[in-house]
Design a protein around this ligand. Structure first.
Ligand SMILES: O=C(O)CCC(=O)C(=O)O
Length: 240
């Protein structure tokens, strides 16, 4: 694994995105997937196109996080020591992530283009498990393409291929100015250096030499720093 985030920069993208293809080992991946699987069923929220675990808890209506540590299996070895060594959350208010969404996508499933919003400091660090997937970024502004008359948001502006065991970090303009989503498809297509912005940073380009990749179940761990953390005692006082 690289010890220098700068060498992982996706230079084709605006400020800022980084991709590390071998962020965790195969054994760590197996262990993390076993931890995701071991979570009791009520931990999962079944959505129409994916299922989701929220750690340590969902945000309140006012977008605050009730103070509570992340479970040990989401901290080591990902945050401690790897994020710390790379300084990934050095500029965020708590200098460390305090919230993790675990998303599971079966073939054909995805997530509509969306933004993560102001509840979080503008940085997301995503560890991918189980299978590769393409994450797409779209302009926020819905405009009409003069040549095709298509809505501009229909076509992704940038595509990033996330291999299993990789880390993707997006921050600043990549976070604030673009929407991101994952297509609901059973196969990611047109894979190659023209479309995939992080092509040069991939671990195994050969695997995509046919230009497509059949989807398999892919799980993501998305680490963020919620700006507003409420101490439980203060919240109780407020409720009274
Ligand atoms: O699974 C992913 O990589 C993306 C997840 C995502 O967009 C989100 O949690 O907001």
């Amino acid at each position: 694994m690289t010890s220098n985030l700068e060498s992982a920069r996706i230079t084709a993208l605006p400020d800022e995105a980084f991709y590390i293809s071998d962020f965790i080992t195969e054994d760590e991946e197996d262990w993390l997937l076993s931890k995701v699987k071991a979570a009791p069923l009520p931990r999962w929220t079944q959505l129409s196109h994916r299922r989701l675990q929220t750690w340590p808890s969902a945000l309140t209506k006012s977008n605050a996080l009730l103070a509570s540590p992340l479970p040990a299996w989401l901290r080591a070895p990902i945050i401690e020591p790897r994020f710390q060594e790379l300084g990934i959350f050095n500029e965020s208010p708590h200098k460390t992530p305090n919230h993790v969404l675990v998303n599971e996508y079966r073939p054909g499933q995805g997530i509509m283009p969306h933004e993560d919003g102001a509840a979080y400091h503008p940085i997301v660090a995503t560890v991918s498990l189980g299978a590769p997937i393409v994450l797409e970024f779209y302009d926020k502004h819905i405009g009409q393409d003069k040549e095709t008359n298509e809505l501009a948001t229909n076509r992704p502006k940038y595509s990033i291929l996330q291999e299993r065991r990789s880390l993707l970090v997006t921050k600043n303009q990549m976070y604030t100015d673009l929407l991101h989503g994952i297509a609901e498809t059973a196969r990611d297509e047109n894979l190659g250096p023209e479309l995939i912005c992080n092509w040069d940073l991939l671990r195994d380009k050969e695997a995509y030499s046919c230009g497509w990749c059949e989807r398999e179940t892919r799980t993501s761990l998305t680490y963020r720093d919620v700006r507003h953390v409420a101490k439980i005692g203060n919240t109780m006082k407020f409720l009274r």
